[in-house]
Design a binder for this molecule. Structure first.
Ligand SMILES: [Zn+2]
Length: 375
């Protein structure tokens, strides 16, 4: 590598020199954390586990601003620093506010920030879209890459979902929480269940029923916009979680979206629902899988290796080499950064990461496996 970390050459070492360094473990390119809410880092250890989605949303409402601003900013900085040292080179991060922007601008870790909106009441749409424009202007001024993005089908009026998704697609990228819970599925397919009850008890509107499920509901919402009414929907779309997706939904996405990616966040899914996405099905359908840590409101740590360990634990037939690809190249490709990141190749600057304490014979992670950045 040259001094700035660009790889000049790869190959086999024919002669040791004084500068040759040896490591015990595997060397991989820098990670891409494809789903995080770094601005929720102050919520570490605060939330109750296994709350289900309605319970989780209630906790977010109550706890979101439970710590003072300086403490929240300190937590963001600490976690980004830790992630970088553990080998994360890039991140797709969700922001509802500008609290993380300045820290991101000065971090060596590349971030594309998804400026997320939600709002269940149709008459609030113009106001929310204006706030989104202001947040986008702030991100542009500070000099970080960002795109508008919708939250999920169950927290938005159909018009807001349609408008904010169109704004994201115009920008080239969206990150969307998809089929994260069985409650979401029940709300969209049947109009009932804990989410429906929660909204009704607060006097809020609920989405129209769609018997084909949440993913079809999302595609139909995008198609409300004339620009995206007919053809295949362009841009890079990250569908996040997919814990309760099924074959029919995967087919809908593959047929409608030009470039769908499927982010999985296993430890967050276990935290909230004690559930995991149908990984074998996603693999069989050829889905481009990426890995995210989600936030410290639904995870006890932001660690790519810990996510990979849980995948290996629950899906032992998936080879480690494939999991590494999900954690690196696929995320880089979603971010449009595959020319710089994601593999160890001449000309790229992916970051070099060592995973130590692994079972080299069987190429498996061990409970004590850890990662650290070498370059
Ligand atoms: Zn999320």
């Amino acid at each position: 590598m040259d001094d700035d970390g660009t790889i000049l050459e790869t190959g086999e070492l024919d002669k040791e020199s004084e500068s040759t360094e040896f490591y015990n473990g595997i060397i991989i390119p820098g990670f891409v954390n494809s789903h995080c809410h770094i601005e929720l880092s102050h919520l570490k250890g605060v939330f109750t586990q296994e709350s289900g989605m309605a319970g989780f949303i209630k906790q977010i409402r109550v706890q979101r601003e439970s710590a003072p601003k300086e403490e929240r900013e300190r937590a963001i900085e600490e976690q980004m620093d830790k992630m970088y040292k553990e080998g994360v080179s890039a991140m797709a991060d969700i922001s509802n506010s500008d609290e993380s922007f300045v820290i991101k601008a000065s971090s060596p870790l590349y971030t594309r920030t998804f400026l997320e909106v939600f709002g269940s009441e149709p008459h609030d749409m113009p106001k929310i879209m204006n706030q989104l424009k202001e947040l986008k202007a702030t991100a542009d001024n500070i000099g970080i890459d960002s795109c508008p993005s919708p939250h999920a089908c169950y927290t938005m009026s159909k018009d807001l979902l349609s408008e904010s998704t169109a704004a994201g697609l115009d920008c080239g990228f969206i990150s969307y929480h998809n089929q994260e819970s069985w409650e979401e599925d029940q709300l969209i397919r049947e109009g009932k269940g804990p989410l429906s009850e929660d909204y009704k008890s607060r006097g809020l509107s609920t989405p129209a029923i769609n018997k084909s499920g949440p993913l079809q509901y999302f595609i139909d919402s995008i198609r409300l916009n004339k620009r995206y009414s007919k053809e295949i929907i362009p841009g890079n779309t990250l569908l996040v979680h997919n814990t309760f997706t099924d074959e029919q939904s995967i087919n809908i996405a593959l047929e409608s979206l030009q470039n769908p990616y499927w982010a999985i966040c296993p430890l967050s899914n276990i935290f909230i629902h004690r559930s995991l996405p149908p990984l074998e099905l996603l693999r069989r359908k050829g889905a481009k899988i990426t890995i995210g840590t989600d936030s410290l409101s639904s995870n006890t740590l932001l660690s790519m290796v810990a996510e990979m360990q849980s995948i290996q634990q629950y899906f032992p037939t998936v080879p480690l080499t494939e999991i590494v690809k999900w954690a690196t190249l696929n995320g880089a490709s979603f971010l449009g950064k595959e020319r710089e990141l994601g593999t160890i190749e001449a000309g790229k600057k992916p970051g070099i990461v060592l995973i130590e304490n692994i079972d080299l014979q069987n190429l498996k992670l061990l409970p004590g496996s850890i990662s650290r950045r070498l370059a």
